[in-house]
Design a protein. Sequence first.
Length: 268
Amino acid sequence: MFWNAHSGLVHLKSDTMHYIRFGKGRKAMIMLPGLGDGLTTVKGTALPMAFMYRLFAKTYTVYMFSRRNNLPVGYTTCDMACDLKEAMDVLGIEKADLVGVSMGGMIAQHFAAAYPEHVGKLVLAVTCAQPNPVLNESVQEWIALARNSDHTAFMHSNLRRMYSDAYCRRNRWLVPVIGRLSRPKSYERFFIQADACLNHNAADKLPQIASPTLVIGGEQDRALGAAPSREIAAAIPHAQLHMYPEWGHGLYEEAKDFNHVVLAFLNG
């Protein structure tokens, strides 16, 4: 019932990490969320995430991991990949197909290069191998709004850069409501993760990735642009590229066939 959804806390050597799990499949899938994890972890989201990604529940047991709970200043996407490996060891996950979205894709790049024997197939969605001017502008804008404690403006900027114009028009009225509900007690976790995005660089590691890889990008991506997806696909040996002409950074929510495209690649 309810896709076997479960929320958990994994104990690492020096910290803890929230995760959720759903599905009953024999294979393991790990999903890594984006920079939104800096505002709120996956704690308590098992049911909505299981519903959103229920297509995978028959084939996979799906895990979604947050970053560790106590992030020191200067923590990197490479450090976060090491945390993921430790969490897998604790939970007994020997090998998994890996789906990284946005910042989650940055972490997945480091993980796939460092631990190839623990990755089946790899999906990198709306992510980049290193910062570009579009990403820098987006993240620095969000940092500035967060430092001013203007969470409503922060959410408006997020909506504008993440989603299509039609989506923004339909949902603009929700921003003040969501802003009040999602405002964190502190932005420090967000600042650390945002800094990790701005300093991410896995470009030299992409040729080392041996896992069959699907790269998904959006031509209308206003958070990091479309070019990074093409660059990643060109750098990873034999990677496949799927570009959505009509969608942007939030295509994993807007494209109705996103889950089908991912599952077809993983099954194929």
